[in-house]
Design a protein around this ligand. Structure first.
Ligand code: UDP
Length: 362
C-alpha cells in the first residue's frame, strides 16, 4: 500500500518519525511547507531519523490562516489525485493536518488521525477548530489517552473507529534522547551544569503577541534564581525585536536547537518553563517538572500526574517553587508517563495498514 504521511511543522515531524519508521517502505512522508524555516525543519529530519520528505507544494509559509488552509487544500488535492495514496495519515491540530485530512476525505481516501481527541474547549484557538474539523472527517482516530478517546465518542465518532494507542512522543523521546556522555557534552557546549538551570520555550501567540505579557514572562524567567536557556522560536524572536522587550541578564537566548539537543538540555534541567504542547508530554517521559505558561491545556494528563502546573506569567515563580518542593523532583523522576508505553507507533502502523485495505467510510 501507499501511505501519504502529511507533515507541516516541527512537532508533526517529531511525532510521526516513529510511525514512518514502523510503516517501512509503505510510508511516503510529505512536507507541506507550512514551516520551511531551515532552523525549524531542515536540521530535524536527520536528528529524528526521518527520510527526507517530498515537498510538492510551494509558497505555503507566510500566508494567513485561511490562505494557508486554502492553498494546502488545493495543492494536496492535486497531489493525492495524481499520486493516489491508499491512506493519508495526519497528526495533531495544524493547518497542514486540517488541509491534508479534508483533501483526502473529499477524494474518498481513508484518513488516519494521529493524536486524535485533544480538546481545549476554547474555540478561539485555531488549533481547537482544526481538531474539530479533522475529527469530523477522519476514518480512524488514534487517541493517545482514554480521556482523548472519550472526547471523540462523546462527539459521536463510531466506537469502532476510536483506538487508544498512546502518544508516539514516548518512543520518540526515548529513541532520540542522546546517551549520558553526549548529554554531558551538549550541556557543556551550552554552558550549563546538570540540575543547575532552567530550559524555557515560548511560541504561542497568547504569549508572544501581547508585548506586556511577553515582558512579564521574561521578567518572571529572570527571577527564578537559576540561569535560563531560551531557544527562540522565529515568531518569538520577531516579537522580541518588534516590542523592544528587555531580556533579563539571567536569560540566555539561543537559536532553535535540533530535537536530540533539546531533549539533552531538558533531561539536564532542574525545571522547564514552556507554552509548548509537545514539551508537556516530553517532561513526563524525562521525569521533569514543568511550568506551563498558558491559561488552559488540552493535555490535562501531565497536570493530573503531577508533572506540570499551569501559571500566568506573574505566577511562574510560585508554580516553580511548588514543583521544586523537597522530594517532588525525585518523585517525578520515577513516575510513569500518562501518555503511553512506548509502543504507540506499532499500533498506529497496524491501524494504518488495515485502513489501506478497507475503503474509506466517506
Ligand atoms: N523543540 C526542539 N527544539 C527547540 C524547541 C522545541 O526540538 O528549540 C521540540 C520540543 O522538544 C517538542 C517540539 O519541539 O517536541 C514542540 O514543538 P512546538 O513547541 O513548536 O509545538 P507544539 O508542541 O506546541 O505544537
Amino acid at each position: 500500500p501507499r501511505v501519504a504521511v502529511v507533515m507541516g511543522t516541527r512537532p508533526e515531524i517529531i511525532k510521526l518519525a516513529p510511525v514512518v519508521a514502523a510503516l517501512g517502505p509503505a510510508a511516503r512522508p510529505l512536507a507541506t511547507g507550512q514551516h520551511w524555516d531551515a532552523a525549524l525543519t531542515d536540521v530535524f529530519f536527520a536528528g529524528v531519523g526521518m527520510p527526507r520528505p517530498i515537498q510538492p507544494l510551494r509558497g505555503i509559509g507566510g500566508r494567513d490562516r485561511a490562505g494557508q488552509v486554502a492553498a494546502m487544500l488545493t495543492g494536496l488535492t492535486e497531489w493525492f489525485r495524481s499520486d493516489r495514496p491508499d491512506v493519508v495519515v495526519v497528526q495533531g491540530d495544524t493547518n497542514s493536518a486540517n488541509a491534508g485530512a479534508q483533501a483526502a476525505h473529499h477524494l474518498g481516501i481513508a484518513v488516519v488521525h494521529v493524536e486524535a481527541g485533544l480538546r481545549s474547549h476554547d474555540r478561539a484557538m485555531p488549533e481547537e477548530i482544526n481538531r474539530l474539523v479533522i475529527g469530523a472527517v477522519a476514518d480512524v482516530h488514534c487517541a493517545a489517552t482514554a480521556g482523548n478517546a472519550e472526547h471523540l465518542l462523546r462527539a459521536g465518532a463510531p466506537p469502532a473507529s476510536v483506538h487508544v494507542t498512546g502518544n508516539t512522543i514516548v518512543e520518540a523521546t526515548r529513541s532520540t534522547l542522546p546517551d549520558a556522555a553526549r548529554r554531558a557534552a551538549l550541556q557543556e557546549q551550552y554552558g550549563v551544569r546538570p540540575d543547575g538551570y532552567v530550559l524555557a520555550t515560548v511560541h504561542r501567540p497568547e504569549n508572544t503577541d501581547d508585548p506586556a505579557r511577553l515582558q512579564a514572562l521574561l521578567h518572571a524567567l529572570g527571577e527564578l534564581g537559576l540561569p535560563v536557556l531560551l531557544p527562540l522560536h522565529p515568531r518569538t524572536r520577531a516579537a522580541l525585536a518588534a516590542s523592544g522587550a528587555v531580556v533579563p541578564a539571567a536569560v540566555r537566548c539561543t537559536a532553535p536547537v535540533d530535537h536530540p539537543t533539546f531533549l539533552a538540555l531538558a533531561a539536564g534541567a532542574r525545571l522547564l518553563v514552556s507554552d509548548s504542547g509537545g514539551v508537556q508530554e516530553e517532561v513526563t517521559v524525562l521525569g521533569k517538572p514543568l511550568v506551563v505558561v498558558r491559561t488552559s491545556t488540552e493535555r490535562p494528563e501531565a497536570v493530573d500526574a503531577g508533572f506540570a502546573v499551569l501559571a500566568a506569567p506573574g505566577a511562574v515563580g510560585t508554580a516553580a517553587e511548588w514543583l521544586l518542593r523537597p522530594g517532588w523532583p525525585e518523585e517525578l523522576a520515577h513516575r510513569p508517563s500518562p501518555f503511553g508505553d512506548g509502543r504507540a507507533a506499532e499500533r498506529i502502523a497496524a491501524l494504518v495498514l488495515a485502513a489501506a485495505r478497507v475503503p474509506a467510510l466517506g
